[in-house]
Design a protein around this ligand. Structure first.
Ligand SMILES: [Ca+2]
Length: 482
């Protein structure tokens, strides 16, 4: 890393010189004897432009914006998938969803609405007559053989807590089976039918979130659980995943928050007062978590990540200028908001164009903790702890891949894979073996398909994609026979 260039860039971004020097000195200090602690805040379905620090002028996120301003903002972060479970698995393991075998959200309704174990469908394919292709059946859980961040940190003496949405399997596959000492709210569901205590889903409360105050709002309850976990573990290193069920549908929020946005005029296509109120609840939650860290004197020992698992649902929010949203191969489906906050170690008011993806969190968190990667496992992600600490500005050049061999939402999302390589993104649609090619550096909205004009680019990228699909053991859709 060219330190001088970085310092100048940071200075031009407005960071005061004193804090630059202070931060620089801290960066070179040997690791503290304990920690750092980690708080990973994951918001469900939050669009890349659904927070103030990424440009929203309708939603109100003062606490999240303060967190971002006090730390490092990534301007080009990606989720490893355009839907929930695969990205969550990638965050916890550092591995591509295709390699793990989770490429769709778990218990997605397929086969005309039937959810069944593999024995009901020995072919391993979903066969819905409404669709042209047979699609590989998605896993029903993340295998216990996967090595998670929680497992590695727990072995190193960390207290490990999961609060909120899990969506990586039932029973023994819940957070406690995957390295977490503590689980509040994690369950085999991808969303809650009710955001209000007693949080009934299919008529029953969430087992790990016992009802306590009727009508209490889910995001507030999860904040309490998170703050309680931090307090209970303040004297030892901890790793907390705070995975809000918000802002996933159904759109439900507190009346007092909804009222705030009802009279507000739409801005840049963002307009839904209930969705805005859900975002506000997440913002309040971030404020409370940062407040507890401050109160306990833990802020300088705690690295906080703020991220989402896939793009914003384009019917609930507006991801423009990015195209479409959740589920789609376009940037609106996979681009996220990402900020890292760690006062004293991460300099304030920094922005970086370094391209990172959700597969990178596992090696990065272990890197920040001073721990090695587990032996004998393929880890797809890169350790970007050097970018966080300011030692480097970019990661080595690499290609990124996505794989969604499923249908979703009728036939609007059809089976696809994609590769991002340099300025280019190649998308493959399996129904007609068609490619789309975009120069996403100059064409952020992916409106100008260059596939027909640039066979010289399509060819090599298509081969790279083939090689990656083969190497990861990705399951492919196939044509119906007979
Ligand atoms: Ca999601």
């Amino acid at each position: 890393m060219k330190r001088r260039a970085f310092l100048m860039a940071a200075a031009s971004a407005g960071a005061p010189a004193a804090s630059l020097l202070f931060g620089g000195a801290r960066c070179r200090r040997s690791p503290a004897p304990r920690g750092p602690n980690f708080v990973f805040i994951l918001v469900d379905d939050l669009g890349w432009r659904d927070v103030g620090f990424m440009g929203s002028r309708f939603y109100e996120t003062p606490n999240i914006d303060r967190l971002a301003a006090g730390g490092l903002v990534f301007t080009r972060p990606y989720a490893a998938a355009a839907v929930c479970s695969p990205t969550r698995a990638s965050i916890l393991t550092g591995r591509y969803p295709a390699r793990i075998g989770i490429t769709d959200w778990i218990r997605a309704r397929r086969d005309g609405g039937v959810i069944g174990p593999d024995r009901k469908n020995p072919s391993g394919y979903d066969d819905d007559p409404a669709f042209e292709l047979l699609t590989p059946r998605n896993a029903l859980f993340m295998e216990l053989g996967e090595v998670t961040t929680a497992e590695v940190l727990k072995k190193a003496g960390y207290a490990t807590g999961h609060v909120g949405k899990w969506h990586l399997g039932p029973d023994e596959f819940l957070p406690v089976g995957q390295g977490f000492d503590f689980n509040a709210g994690g369950a085999d569901i991808g969303h809650t039918e009710s955001y209000f205590d007693p949080y009934l889903n299919e008529g029953a409360p969430i087992p790990s979130l016992a009802p306590r105050r009727e009508g209490e709002y889910m995001t507030d309850r999860l904040s309490d659980e998170a703050c309680d976990f931090i307090r209970a573990n303040k004297d030892r290193p901890f790793y907390l995943n705070l995975c809000h069920y918000a802002v996933h549908a159904p759109l439900q929020a507190k009346d007092s928050d909804v009222a705030r946005f009802k009279e507000k005029a739409a801005v840049d296509g963002q307009k839904d007062p209930v969705y805005a109120a859900m975002i506000k609840s997440v913002d309040d939650s971030v404020g409370r978590v940062i407040g507890v860290l401050d109160e306990l004197g833990l802020s300088e020992q705690t690295c906080v990540f703020f991220f989402s698992d896939n793009g914003g649902l384009h019917t609930a929010t507006d991801n423009a200028p990015l195209r479409m949203g959740k589920g789609f191969p376009y940037e609106g489906g996979i681009r996220e908001a990402l900020a890292v906050y760690w006062p004293g170690t991460v300099m304030a008011r920094r922005r970086t164009p370094a391209i990172v993806a959700s597969i990178d969190f596992f090696p990065t968190i272990l890197g920040l903790a001073g721990l090695g990667l587990p032996k004998g496992r393929t880890i797809d992600g890169l350790d970007f702890s050097g970018v966080i600490k300011g030692f480097r500005e970019f990661l080595p050049e690499r290609d990124l891949f996505w794989h969604f061999p499923h249908y979703w939402s009728g036939d609007r999302v059809r089976p696809w894979s994609a590769i991002r390589s340099g300025d280019w993104k190649l998308i493959r649609f399996y129904e007609d073996s068609r490619h789309e090619l975009y120069n996403i550096t100059v064409d952020k909205s992916e409106t100008n398909d260059m596939a027909a004009l640039r066979p010289d680019v399509v060819g090599p990228l298509s081969l790279k994609l083939d090689a990656w699909l083969k190497e990861t053991g990705a399951k492919l859709p196939r044509k119906r026979t007979g």
